[in-house]
Design a binder for this molecule. Structure first.
Ligand code: AMP
Length: 189
């Protein structure tokens, strides 16, 4: 199995690169942000609870996203591999993911981190907000809160994968194809 964690702050390009990876490698894309937005659009209790936090730019509780990922892994038992996009976002989530994969005799192959500076992130997110209609992309204060949550809680997840010798850093500024080429080079290694 090829199991990738695409890592990086909001606006780094994880969703865009995931789409290209799915096309080429036939992996299943698991984006906890997309799964949560699905819950919101279906009006579930989980979605309503998560929406408040998401609109403020805060992370939703670990057990919520871990439960969603666990269900998706169970529902895709024959998959050739997964791209985890926006998950894990805390060290507790990374530990839970290792345990879930271990129970399927699988493991993370690489964490690929897209490096983009804060100024460029804010610019990209505001631009995306005009098109996506996402409340959390339209408001500079919420964007800054999301980047702060990333720096406080998510950035340490890189250390978790560095300790396992799985961390690969890639320049996230450039054309979509250039960045994809750098990701593919890691996978083909
Ligand atoms: P994203 O689409 O990945 O930018 O996620 C949008 C929002 O969903 C985040 O700002 C969080 O509020 C929430 N979210 C998505 N994934 C996670 C996660 N793994 N852990 C906690 N909150 C998450």
């Amino acid at each position: 199995m090829l199991n990738l964690v695409l890592f990086g702050p909001p606006g780094a390009g994880k969703g865009t690169q995931s789409q290209k990876l799915i096309e080429k490698h036939g992996l299943i894309h698991l984006s906890t942000g997309d799964l949560l937005r699905g819950e919101i659009s279906q009006g579930t209790a989980l979605g309503l609870e998560a929406k408040k936090l998401m609109d403020e730019g805060m992370l939703v509780p670990d057990e919520v996203v871990i439960g969603m990922i666990s269900n998706k892994l169970d529902a895709n038992k024959e998959a050739e591999g997964f791209i985890f996009d926006g998950f894990p976002r805390t060290v507790a989530q990374a530990e839970a993911l290792d345990n879930l994969l271990e129970s399927k005799a699988a493991t993370i192959s690489h964490m690929i981190a897209l490096e983009v500076d804060a100024e460029e992130l804010e610019r990209r997110l505001l631009e995306r907000g005009k098109e996506s209609g996402r409340a959390d992309d339209a408001n500079p204060e919420v964007i800054r809160k999301r980047i702060k949550e990333y720096n406080d809680k998510t950035a340490p997840v890189a250390g978790f994968y560095k300790n396992q010798d799985k961390f690969k850093s890639i320049n996230g500024i450039g054309s979509i194809d250039q960045i994809y080429g750098a990701i593919d080079a890691v996978i083909e290694q």
